[in-house]
Design a protein around this ligand. Sequence first.
Ligand SMILES: Cc1cc2nc3c(=O)[nH]c(=O)nc-3n(C[C@H](O)[C@H](O)[C@H](O)COP(=O)(O)OP(=O)(O)OC[C@H]3O[C@@H](n4cnc5c(N)ncnc54)[C@H](O)[C@@H]3O)c2cc1C
Length: 417
Amino acid sequence: MEGLEPMHIAGSTEGLTRQQIELVELAATLGREKFAPRAARYDAEASFPFENYDDLRDAGLLKICVPAAYGGLGADFATYVMVAAEIGRHCGATALSYNMHVSSCMWSGFIADALHMTAQQRADHEAKRAVHYARIVGEGKVYSQPFSEGGAAAAGKAPFGTLARRVDGGYVVSGRKIFASLAGAAHCYGVLCTLDVPGATQRDSLYLVVPADAAGVKVVGDWDPLGMRGTVSRTLLFDGVFVPDDARLMPEGLYHQAALRYPHMFATLSPTYMGLAQAAYDFTVAYLRAEVPGMPKVLRRMYPTKQIAVAEMRVKLEQTRALFLQNARAARIDPDKDTRMRLYAAHYTIMENAQALAALAIRTCGGQSLLKSLPLERIYRDARCGSLMLPWTAELCLDRLGRECLYEPGEKDEAIE
Ligand SMILES: Cc1cc2nc3c(=O)[nH]c(=O)nc-3n(C[C@H](O)[C@H](O)[C@H](O)COP(=O)(O)OP(=O)(O)OC[C@H]3O[C@@H](n4cnc5c(N)ncnc54)[C@H](O)[C@@H]3O)c2cc1C
Protein backbone atom coordinates (compact mmCIF):
# COMPACT_ATOMS: atom_id res chain seq x y z
CA MET A 1 0.00 0.00 0.00
CA GLU A 2 1.18 3.56 -0.63
CA GLY A 3 0.88 6.39 1.86
CA LEU A 4 1.43 5.53 5.51
CA GLU A 5 4.56 3.69 6.61
CA PRO A 6 3.49 0.15 7.52
CA MET A 7 3.43 -0.27 11.30
CA HIS A 8 5.71 -2.88 12.85
CA ILE A 9 3.67 -5.87 14.06
CA ALA A 10 4.99 -5.27 17.60
CA GLY A 11 3.76 -1.66 17.45
CA SER A 12 7.32 -0.35 17.78
CA THR A 13 10.84 -1.76 17.67
CA GLU A 14 11.56 -0.56 21.20
CA GLY A 15 12.79 -3.36 23.43
CA LEU A 16 13.26 -5.78 20.54
CA THR A 17 16.55 -7.57 19.94
CA ARG A 18 18.53 -7.04 16.74
CA GLN A 19 17.55 -10.56 15.58
CA GLN A 20 13.86 -9.82 16.21
CA ILE A 21 13.96 -6.59 14.23
CA GLU A 22 15.85 -8.20 11.34
CA LEU A 23 13.65 -11.28 11.12
CA VAL A 24 10.38 -9.35 11.37
CA GLU A 25 11.61 -6.99 8.65
CA LEU A 26 12.57 -9.97 6.50
CA ALA A 27 9.10 -11.52 6.99
CA ALA A 28 7.47 -8.15 6.24
CA THR A 29 9.38 -7.76 2.98
CA LEU A 30 8.59 -11.31 1.86
CA GLY A 31 4.98 -10.89 2.91
CA ARG A 32 4.44 -7.56 1.14
CA GLU A 33 6.35 -8.33 -2.03
CA LYS A 34 5.72 -12.06 -2.53
CA PHE A 35 3.01 -13.56 -0.33
CA ALA A 36 0.31 -10.89 -0.54
CA PRO A 37 0.20 -10.83 -4.35
CA ARG A 38 -0.13 -14.65 -4.49
CA ALA A 39 -2.65 -15.07 -1.66
CA ALA A 40 -5.82 -14.68 -3.77
CA ARG A 41 -4.77 -17.48 -6.13
CA TYR A 42 -4.07 -20.02 -3.37
CA ASP A 43 -7.37 -19.06 -1.78
CA ALA A 44 -9.37 -19.40 -5.01
CA GLU A 45 -7.77 -22.75 -5.90
CA ALA A 46 -7.48 -24.03 -2.30
CA SER A 47 -3.93 -24.90 -3.36
CA PHE A 48 -0.77 -25.08 -1.27
CA PRO A 49 1.58 -22.06 -1.37
CA PHE A 50 4.65 -23.94 -2.64
CA GLU A 51 6.24 -20.76 -4.05
CA ASN A 52 5.99 -19.12 -0.61
CA TYR A 53 7.76 -22.08 0.95
CA ASP A 54 10.56 -21.76 -1.64
CA ASP A 55 10.92 -18.14 -0.54
CA LEU A 56 10.85 -19.07 3.16
CA ARG A 57 13.54 -21.69 2.48
CA ASP A 58 15.73 -19.24 0.50
CA ALA A 59 15.38 -16.65 3.28
CA GLY A 60 16.47 -19.19 5.92
CA LEU A 61 13.11 -18.99 7.68
CA LEU A 62 12.41 -22.75 7.56
CA LYS A 63 15.19 -23.15 10.15
CA ILE A 64 14.05 -20.26 12.36
CA CYS A 65 13.57 -22.40 15.50
CA VAL A 66 16.23 -24.99 14.82
CA PRO A 67 18.78 -24.48 17.63
CA ALA A 68 21.92 -22.59 16.56
CA ALA A 69 24.09 -25.59 17.53
CA TYR A 70 22.40 -27.49 14.68
CA GLY A 71 22.82 -24.72 12.10
CA GLY A 72 19.47 -23.01 12.70
CA LEU A 73 18.63 -19.42 13.60
CA GLY A 74 17.90 -20.43 17.22
CA ALA A 75 14.95 -18.04 17.52
CA ASP A 76 13.07 -18.02 20.82
CA PHE A 77 9.29 -18.06 21.31
CA ALA A 78 8.84 -14.27 21.21
CA THR A 79 10.88 -13.93 18.02
CA TYR A 80 8.98 -16.70 16.27
CA VAL A 81 5.52 -15.39 17.12
CA MET A 82 6.34 -11.91 15.84
CA VAL A 83 7.65 -13.34 12.56
CA ALA A 84 4.59 -15.59 12.23
CA ALA A 85 2.24 -12.66 12.86
CA GLU A 86 4.00 -10.62 10.19
CA ILE A 87 3.55 -13.45 7.69
CA GLY A 88 -0.11 -13.84 8.73
CA ARG A 89 -0.64 -10.18 7.92
CA HIS A 90 -0.01 -10.96 4.25
CA CYS A 91 -1.14 -14.57 3.83
CA GLY A 92 -3.02 -16.33 6.62
CA ALA A 93 -2.73 -19.81 5.10
CA THR A 94 1.04 -19.52 4.72
CA ALA A 95 1.45 -18.38 8.33
CA LEU A 96 -0.82 -21.10 9.73
CA SER A 97 0.85 -23.93 7.82
CA TYR A 98 4.31 -22.47 8.59
CA ASN A 99 3.36 -22.75 12.26
CA MET A 100 2.96 -26.53 11.88
CA HIS A 101 6.47 -26.76 10.41
CA VAL A 102 8.08 -24.49 12.99
CA SER A 103 6.32 -26.18 15.92
CA SER A 104 8.15 -29.41 15.04
CA CYS A 105 11.44 -27.59 15.60
CA MET A 106 10.25 -25.65 18.64
CA TRP A 107 8.79 -28.65 20.49
CA SER A 108 11.89 -30.75 19.87
CA GLY A 109 14.13 -27.68 20.38
CA PHE A 110 13.94 -25.15 23.20
CA ILE A 111 10.82 -26.72 24.69
CA ALA A 112 12.44 -30.17 24.94
CA ASP A 113 15.58 -28.49 26.32
CA ALA A 114 13.53 -27.18 29.26
CA LEU A 115 11.97 -30.56 30.13
CA HIS A 116 13.22 -33.14 32.58
CA MET A 117 14.98 -36.07 30.87
CA THR A 118 17.36 -38.71 32.14
CA ALA A 119 20.92 -38.42 30.83
CA GLN A 120 20.24 -41.35 28.53
CA GLN A 121 17.02 -39.81 27.18
CA ARG A 122 18.84 -36.52 26.62
CA ALA A 123 21.66 -38.18 24.68
CA ASP A 124 19.14 -40.15 22.64
CA HIS A 125 17.13 -36.99 21.93
CA GLU A 126 20.24 -35.09 20.77
CA ALA A 127 21.09 -37.89 18.34
CA LYS A 128 17.55 -38.20 16.96
CA ARG A 129 16.80 -34.51 16.54
CA ALA A 130 20.11 -34.05 14.72
CA VAL A 131 18.65 -36.27 11.96
CA HIS A 132 15.57 -34.05 11.59
CA TYR A 133 17.39 -30.74 11.85
CA ALA A 134 19.88 -31.89 9.18
CA ARG A 135 16.92 -32.51 6.85
CA ILE A 136 15.49 -29.06 7.52
CA VAL A 137 18.74 -27.07 7.54
CA GLY A 138 20.64 -29.04 4.91
CA GLU A 139 17.89 -30.23 2.59
CA GLY A 140 15.18 -27.61 3.14
CA LYS A 141 12.58 -30.24 4.10
CA VAL A 142 9.16 -29.17 5.35
CA TYR A 143 7.50 -30.80 8.37
CA SER A 144 3.87 -30.72 9.47
CA GLN A 145 2.04 -31.55 12.65
CA PRO A 146 -1.08 -33.69 12.37
CA PHE A 147 -2.61 -34.40 15.77
CA SER A 148 -6.37 -33.85 15.33
CA GLU A 149 -8.43 -37.02 14.99
CA GLY A 150 -12.02 -35.83 15.31
CA GLY A 151 -12.30 -37.22 18.86
CA ALA A 152 -11.41 -36.02 22.36
CA ALA A 153 -7.62 -36.50 21.96
CA ALA A 154 -6.84 -33.17 20.29
CA ALA A 155 -8.74 -31.38 23.06
CA GLY A 156 -6.32 -33.05 25.49
CA LYS A 157 -9.05 -35.23 27.03
CA ALA A 158 -8.06 -38.72 25.80
CA PRO A 159 -5.05 -40.61 24.43
CA PHE A 160 -4.43 -40.26 20.68
CA GLY A 161 -6.22 -42.96 18.71
CA THR A 162 -3.34 -43.26 16.25
CA LEU A 163 -1.19 -46.10 17.58
CA ALA A 164 2.52 -46.85 17.33
CA ARG A 165 3.48 -50.47 17.92
CA ARG A 166 7.09 -51.07 18.93
CA VAL A 167 8.88 -53.46 16.56
CA ASP A 168 12.48 -54.35 15.89
CA GLY A 169 14.32 -51.15 14.95
CA GLY A 170 11.33 -48.83 15.15
CA TYR A 171 7.55 -48.57 15.20
CA VAL A 172 4.56 -49.42 13.06
CA VAL A 173 2.06 -46.55 12.92
CA SER A 174 -1.65 -46.95 12.19
CA GLY A 175 -4.42 -44.38 12.41
CA ARG A 176 -6.14 -41.41 10.87
CA LYS A 177 -5.58 -37.66 11.25
CA ILE A 178 -8.10 -35.06 10.13
CA PHE A 179 -7.46 -31.43 9.19
CA ALA A 180 -3.79 -32.18 8.56
CA SER A 181 -2.41 -28.91 7.19
CA LEU A 182 0.25 -29.43 4.50
CA ALA A 183 -1.24 -32.84 3.63
CA GLY A 184 0.43 -33.90 0.38
CA ALA A 185 2.80 -30.90 0.59
CA ALA A 186 5.06 -31.60 3.58
CA HIS A 187 8.01 -33.97 3.20
CA CYS A 188 7.49 -35.32 6.73
CA TYR A 189 4.47 -35.57 9.02
CA GLY A 190 5.19 -35.14 12.77
CA VAL A 191 2.47 -37.46 14.06
CA LEU A 192 1.22 -37.43 17.66
CA CYS A 193 0.26 -40.97 18.60
CA THR A 194 0.00 -43.37 21.52
CA LEU A 195 2.42 -46.17 22.22
CA ASP A 196 0.48 -49.38 21.72
CA VAL A 197 0.84 -50.95 25.18
CA PRO A 198 -1.89 -52.51 27.34
CA GLY A 199 -3.86 -49.84 29.28
CA ALA A 200 -2.12 -46.95 27.49
CA THR A 201 -2.91 -43.45 28.80
CA GLN A 202 -1.99 -39.92 27.69
CA ARG A 203 1.38 -40.49 29.39
CA ASP A 204 2.19 -42.97 26.62
CA SER A 205 2.03 -40.33 23.89
CA LEU A 206 4.67 -40.39 21.22
CA TYR A 207 5.78 -37.84 18.64
CA LEU A 208 6.97 -39.65 15.51
CA VAL A 209 8.03 -38.39 12.11
CA VAL A 210 6.48 -40.26 9.20
CA PRO A 211 7.98 -39.50 5.76
CA ALA A 212 5.25 -38.51 3.31
CA ASP A 213 6.46 -41.12 0.82
CA ALA A 214 6.56 -44.03 3.29
CA ALA A 215 4.61 -47.16 2.30
CA GLY A 216 1.12 -47.09 3.85
CA VAL A 217 0.68 -43.27 3.95
CA LYS A 218 -2.33 -41.90 2.08
CA VAL A 219 -3.86 -38.44 1.68
CA VAL A 220 -7.63 -38.70 1.22
CA GLY A 221 -10.77 -36.54 1.12
CA ASP A 222 -11.42 -33.20 -0.49
CA TRP A 223 -10.60 -29.73 0.81
CA ASP A 224 -13.07 -26.97 0.08
CA PRO A 225 -13.47 -24.99 3.34
CA LEU A 226 -14.65 -21.47 4.16
CA GLY A 227 -11.22 -20.08 4.98
CA MET A 228 -7.52 -20.90 5.34
CA ARG A 229 -7.91 -22.69 2.04
CA GLY A 230 -4.19 -22.67 1.18
CA THR A 231 -3.38 -24.87 4.20
CA VAL A 232 -4.75 -27.89 2.28
CA SER A 233 -5.66 -29.66 5.53
CA ARG A 234 -6.86 -32.97 4.12
CA THR A 235 -7.12 -36.32 5.91
CA LEU A 236 -4.06 -38.53 6.42
CA LEU A 237 -4.29 -42.30 6.73
CA PHE A 238 -1.49 -44.42 8.18
CA ASP A 239 -1.91 -48.09 7.43
CA GLY A 240 0.82 -50.10 9.19
CA VAL A 241 3.57 -47.59 8.32
CA PHE A 242 7.03 -48.65 9.50
CA VAL A 243 9.28 -45.87 10.80
CA PRO A 244 12.76 -46.39 12.26
CA ASP A 245 13.76 -45.42 15.83
CA ASP A 246 15.22 -42.13 14.68
CA ALA A 247 11.68 -41.04 13.74
CA ARG A 248 11.21 -39.94 17.36
CA LEU A 249 11.04 -36.14 17.60
CA MET A 250 10.82 -36.46 21.37
CA PRO A 251 11.63 -39.37 23.68
CA GLU A 252 8.68 -41.64 24.52
CA GLY A 253 6.27 -39.95 26.94
CA LEU A 254 7.91 -36.51 26.73
CA TYR A 255 5.07 -34.90 24.78
CA HIS A 256 2.80 -35.39 27.79
CA GLN A 257 5.31 -33.67 30.07
CA ALA A 258 5.63 -30.80 27.57
CA ALA A 259 1.84 -30.36 27.35
CA LEU A 260 1.61 -30.10 31.15
CA ARG A 261 4.66 -27.93 31.78
CA TYR A 262 5.00 -25.71 28.70
CA PRO A 263 1.47 -24.56 27.81
CA HIS A 264 2.74 -21.84 25.45
CA MET A 265 3.47 -24.65 22.98
CA PHE A 266 -0.24 -24.58 22.07
CA ALA A 267 -0.39 -20.81 21.79
CA THR A 268 1.61 -20.70 18.57
CA LEU A 269 -1.61 -20.89 16.53
CA SER A 270 -2.70 -17.37 17.50
CA PRO A 271 0.12 -15.26 15.93
CA THR A 272 -1.32 -15.98 12.48
CA TYR A 273 -4.57 -14.41 13.67
CA MET A 274 -2.76 -11.44 15.24
CA GLY A 275 -1.43 -10.85 11.73
CA LEU A 276 -4.93 -11.11 10.25
CA ALA A 277 -6.25 -8.61 12.83
CA GLN A 278 -3.51 -6.18 11.77
CA ALA A 279 -4.30 -6.86 8.10
CA ALA A 280 -7.99 -5.99 8.61
CA TYR A 281 -6.98 -2.69 10.20
CA ASP A 282 -4.30 -1.96 7.55
CA PHE A 283 -6.82 -2.52 4.78
CA THR A 284 -9.43 -0.26 6.38
CA VAL A 285 -6.99 2.63 6.80
CA ALA A 286 -5.81 2.31 3.20
CA TYR A 287 -9.39 2.05 1.94
CA LEU A 288 -10.59 5.15 3.79
CA ARG A 289 -7.52 7.04 2.53
CA ALA A 290 -8.30 5.88 -1.04
CA GLU A 291 -4.95 4.10 -1.28
CA VAL A 292 -6.04 0.57 -2.14
CA PRO A 293 -4.42 -0.32 -5.46
CA GLY A 294 -6.90 -0.75 -8.29
CA MET A 295 -9.72 1.13 -6.53
CA PRO A 296 -11.11 4.48 -7.72
CA LYS A 297 -9.58 7.38 -5.78
CA VAL A 298 -12.62 8.09 -3.60
CA LEU A 299 -11.67 9.50 -0.21
CA ARG A 300 -13.83 8.46 2.75
CA ARG A 301 -11.66 9.50 5.68
CA MET A 302 -13.37 12.87 6.23
CA TYR A 303 -16.65 11.35 7.49
CA PRO A 304 -16.90 11.38 11.30
CA THR A 305 -18.65 7.98 11.29
CA LYS A 306 -15.67 6.44 9.50
CA GLN A 307 -13.25 8.11 11.90
CA ILE A 308 -15.13 6.66 14.88
CA ALA A 309 -15.23 3.24 13.27
CA VAL A 310 -11.53 3.17 12.55
CA ALA A 311 -10.81 4.46 16.07
CA GLU A 312 -12.82 1.54 17.49
CA MET A 313 -10.78 -0.79 15.34
CA ARG A 314 -7.51 0.73 16.52
CA VAL A 315 -8.58 0.36 20.17
CA LYS A 316 -9.39 -3.32 19.63
CA LEU A 317 -6.17 -3.86 17.71
CA GLU A 318 -4.07 -2.30 20.48
CA GLN A 319 -5.84 -4.39 23.13
CA THR A 320 -5.12 -7.49 21.07
CA ARG A 321 -1.51 -6.54 20.44
CA ALA A 322 -0.87 -5.81 24.13
CA LEU A 323 -2.00 -9.31 25.10
CA PHE A 324 -0.13 -10.85 22.16
CA LEU A 325 3.14 -9.24 23.26
CA GLN A 326 2.60 -10.01 26.94
CA ASN A 327 2.01 -13.63 26.00
CA ALA A 328 5.06 -13.68 23.70
CA ARG A 329 7.35 -12.61 26.52
CA ALA A 330 5.84 -14.87 29.17
CA ALA A 331 6.64 -18.24 27.54
CA ARG A 332 8.57 -20.45 29.94
CA ILE A 333 8.60 -23.84 31.59
CA ASP A 334 6.23 -24.23 34.57
CA PRO A 335 4.50 -20.83 34.38
CA ASP A 336 2.63 -19.91 37.55
CA LYS A 337 -1.14 -20.06 37.61
CA ASP A 338 -1.65 -16.37 36.79
CA THR A 339 0.64 -16.58 33.78
CA ARG A 340 -1.25 -19.65 32.55
CA MET A 341 -4.59 -17.86 32.97
CA ARG A 342 -3.29 -14.80 31.14
CA LEU A 343 -2.20 -17.13 28.36
CA TYR A 344 -5.73 -18.53 27.92
CA ALA A 345 -7.10 -14.99 28.00
CA ALA A 346 -4.58 -13.80 25.41
CA HIS A 347 -5.13 -16.72 23.06
CA TYR A 348 -8.91 -16.36 23.31
CA THR A 349 -8.73 -12.60 22.75
CA ILE A 350 -6.51 -12.85 19.67
CA MET A 351 -8.70 -15.52 18.05
CA GLU A 352 -11.98 -13.72 18.79
CA ASN A 353 -10.72 -10.19 18.06
CA ALA A 354 -9.27 -11.19 14.69
CA GLN A 355 -12.72 -12.10 13.45
CA ALA A 356 -14.34 -9.12 15.21
CA LEU A 357 -11.86 -6.75 13.55
CA ALA A 358 -12.39 -8.33 10.14
CA ALA A 359 -16.17 -7.94 10.58
CA LEU A 360 -15.77 -4.29 11.68
CA ALA A 361 -13.52 -3.67 8.67
CA ILE A 362 -16.20 -4.92 6.27
CA ARG A 363 -18.88 -2.85 8.00
CA THR A 364 -16.66 0.23 7.84
CA CYS A 365 -15.44 -0.13 4.28
CA GLY A 366 -18.84 -1.13 2.92
CA GLY A 367 -20.18 -3.23 0.07
CA GLN A 368 -17.26 -2.94 -2.32
CA SER A 369 -15.00 -4.54 0.30
CA LEU A 370 -16.90 -7.83 -0.20
CA LEU A 371 -15.50 -8.16 -3.70
CA LYS A 372 -13.16 -11.06 -4.32
CA SER A 373 -10.81 -8.71 -6.14
CA LEU A 374 -9.92 -7.21 -2.72
CA PRO A 375 -8.17 -9.05 0.12
CA LEU A 376 -10.62 -8.13 2.91
CA GLU A 377 -13.21 -10.82 2.27
CA ARG A 378 -10.44 -13.47 2.38
CA ILE A 379 -9.10 -11.97 5.62
CA TYR A 380 -12.66 -12.16 7.02
CA ARG A 381 -13.03 -15.86 6.08
CA ASP A 382 -9.52 -16.79 7.28
CA ALA A 383 -10.03 -14.93 10.57
CA ARG A 384 -13.15 -17.02 11.28
CA CYS A 385 -11.06 -20.23 11.57
CA GLY A 386 -8.89 -19.33 14.57
CA SER A 387 -11.32 -19.84 17.42
CA LEU A 388 -12.13 -23.35 16.10
CA MET A 389 -8.61 -24.67 16.41
CA LEU A 390 -7.94 -27.35 18.99
CA PRO A 391 -6.62 -27.85 21.57
CA TRP A 392 -7.49 -24.28 22.55
CA THR A 393 -10.71 -23.37 20.80
CA ALA A 394 -12.42 -20.24 22.11
CA GLU A 395 -14.81 -22.50 24.01
CA LEU A 396 -12.06 -24.58 25.57
CA CYS A 397 -10.08 -21.47 26.58
CA LEU A 398 -13.14 -20.21 28.46
CA ASP A 399 -13.70 -23.65 29.91
CA ARG A 400 -10.13 -23.85 31.30
CA LEU A 401 -10.07 -20.24 32.40
CA GLY A 402 -13.42 -20.43 34.19
CA ARG A 403 -12.38 -23.53 36.08
CA GLU A 404 -9.03 -22.06 37.08
CA CYS A 405 -10.65 -18.80 38.21
CA LEU A 406 -12.80 -20.73 40.68
CA TYR A 407 -10.72 -23.72 41.76
CA GLU A 408 -7.25 -24.01 43.25
CA PRO A 409 -5.25 -27.15 42.34
CA GLY A 410 -6.69 -30.21 44.09
CA GLU A 411 -9.81 -28.39 45.34
CA LYS A 412 -13.05 -30.35 45.29
CA ASP A 413 -16.60 -29.18 45.95
CA GLU A 414 -17.18 -31.80 48.67
CA ALA A 415 -14.68 -29.87 50.81
CA ILE A 416 -17.10 -26.92 51.04
CA GLU A 417 -20.07 -27.82 53.23
C1 LIG B 1 -7.63 -24.24 8.76
C2 LIG B 1 -7.40 -25.30 9.76
C3 LIG B 1 -6.18 -25.94 9.79
C4 LIG B 1 -5.93 -26.97 10.70
N1 LIG B 1 -4.71 -27.58 10.71
C5 LIG B 1 -4.47 -28.58 11.60
C6 LIG B 1 -3.22 -29.27 11.63
O1 LIG B 1 -2.29 -28.97 10.87
N2 LIG B 1 -3.05 -30.26 12.51
C7 LIG B 1 -4.04 -30.64 13.35
O2 LIG B 1 -3.82 -31.54 14.11
N3 LIG B 1 -5.24 -30.01 13.36
C8 LIG B 1 -5.47 -29.00 12.50
N4 LIG B 1 -6.69 -28.37 12.49
C9 LIG B 1 -7.78 -28.97 13.26
C10 LIG B 1 -8.29 -28.21 14.43
O3 LIG B 1 -7.30 -27.98 15.38
C11 LIG B 1 -9.42 -28.99 15.05
O4 LIG B 1 -9.01 -30.26 15.40
C12 LIG B 1 -10.59 -29.11 14.19
O5 LIG B 1 -10.99 -27.85 13.73
C13 LIG B 1 -11.67 -29.75 15.07
O6 LIG B 1 -12.80 -29.86 14.37
P1 LIG B 1 -13.99 -30.77 14.90
O7 LIG B 1 -15.19 -30.33 14.19
O8 LIG B 1 -13.62 -32.21 14.80
O9 LIG B 1 -14.08 -30.39 16.42
P2 LIG B 1 -14.67 -31.18 17.62
O10 LIG B 1 -13.63 -32.03 18.25
O11 LIG B 1 -15.96 -31.81 17.21
O12 LIG B 1 -14.96 -30.00 18.56
C14 LIG B 1 -16.00 -29.08 18.33
C15 LIG B 1 -15.97 -28.07 19.44
O13 LIG B 1 -16.35 -28.71 20.65
C16 LIG B 1 -15.49 -28.31 21.70
N5 LIG B 1 -14.87 -29.51 22.30
C17 LIG B 1 -14.18 -30.47 21.65
N6 LIG B 1 -13.79 -31.42 22.52
C18 LIG B 1 -14.23 -31.04 23.73
C19 LIG B 1 -14.16 -31.61 25.03
N7 LIG B 1 -13.55 -32.79 25.25
N8 LIG B 1 -14.71 -30.93 26.06
C20 LIG B 1 -15.36 -29.76 25.83
N9 LIG B 1 -15.50 -29.19 24.62
C21 LIG B 1 -14.92 -29.81 23.59
C22 LIG B 1 -14.47 -27.38 21.14
O14 LIG B 1 -14.80 -26.05 21.47
C23 LIG B 1 -14.57 -27.54 19.65
O15 LIG B 1 -14.46 -26.34 18.94
C24 LIG B 1 -6.95 -27.34 11.60
C25 LIG B 1 -8.19 -26.68 11.58
C26 LIG B 1 -8.42 -25.67 10.68
C27 LIG B 1 -9.74 -24.99 10.70
